[in-house]
Write a protein that binds this ligand. Structure first.
Ligand SMILES: Nc1ncnc2c1ncn2[C@@H]1O[C@H](COP(=O)(O)OP(=O)(O)OP(=O)(O)O)[C@@H](O)[C@H]1O
Ligand SMILES: [Mg+2]
Length: 253
């Protein structure tokens, strides 16, 4: 199908002897925002990390099944994992700017990937990325200041700018707003709505209002299984599975 950007089939993850994901099947469509919801410990972060091989670096973690990006196996040993992560970027729960200037945070990726030829091009990438992340106006006069000196919400937007600076195709976000206040959260949510035009986004959230606001489709995880995936509105108003119903009505989780 032409509109499928990433696809997971029978994805299983073990941490040592413990099977954390029991065979996940899901398609992520091009330019959609897909929300992943479910109780703590159900495997949302684990699944997200499967999509750009972040689990590779976790000791004792084994992934099986298939994950494809534009039909190409992400786990093909011939592929360079650094390239995969440039195409499938990630934003974490806690803003994690590097201990570098705002400018250097954003140009870090383009530099290591050799995406720009000179300072002018680099300047352009930095400005475009900061604009897209909705941060340019707030930082344009202090690009040399440390990224860690920004507010939490600004730091998270800086991390989003850093992620988009390498022109990823997919952006994975693991509870990107959970450390932010409601105003900073609203800002990131508006941003996600903007970014959707250019990128495919998968977002983990514990906030069901947020899932309803930002996503077109939602996948509900429970105890290492993907229970159901559907239009966000349907999942929240008329889910097909009792476990989803119990979760959205606050009976557990
Ligand atoms: N690095 C790890 N080593 C061992 N087990 C892990 C590791 N990371 C996660 N797990 C286990 O895998 C299961 C799924 O964890 P995961 O972090 O993916 O859940 P989650 O849905 O993201 O939860 P939360 O909402 O609390 O972030 C849990 O049982 C967890 O204990
Ligand atoms: Mg998690």
């Amino acid at each position: 199908m032409a509109d499928v950007k990433m696809s997971a089939r029978q994805v299983r993850v073990h941490y040592g002897d413990n099977e954390a994901l029991h065979g996940i099947d899901v398609d992520i469509r091009r330019n959609e925002v897909l929300a992943l919801i479910g109780p703590s410990g159900c495997g949302k972060s684990t699944f997200l990390r499967c999509l750009n091989r972040m689990n590779d670096s976790i000791e004792g973690c084994r992934v099986s099944g298939s994950v494809t990006l534009d039909g190409v196996d992400v786990y093909d040993p011939a592929l360079d994992v650094v390239q995969i992560r440039a195409r499938v970027g990630m934003v974490f729960q806690k803003p994690n700017p590097f201990p570098k200037s705002i400018y250097d945070n954003v140009c870090y990726g383009p530099r290591i990937h050799g995406l720009t030829r000179n300072r002018t091009e680099l300047d352009e990438v930095v400005e475009t990325s900061l604009r897209r992340a909705g941060l340019w106006e707030e930082v344009k006069d202090r690009l040399a200041a440390p990224g860690t000196g920004l507010s939490g919400g600004q730091q998270q937007r800086l991390c989003i700018a850093r992620a988009i600076a390498v022109s990823p195709e997919v952006i994975l976000m693991d509870e990107p707003c959970s450390a932010l206040d409601p105003i900073a959260t609203a800002h990131i949510e508006e941003l996600i709505d903007e970014l959707r035009r250019n990128y495919t986004i998968v977002i983990v959230t514990h906030n069901m209002q947020q899932a309803a606001r930002v996503s077109r489709r939602t996948a509900f995880f429970h105890l290492g299984n993907l229970v159901e995936t559907g239009d966000t509105e349907t999942i929240f108003t008329n889910p097909g599975d009792q476990r989803t119903q119990d979760y959205i009505t606050g009976r557990f989780g």
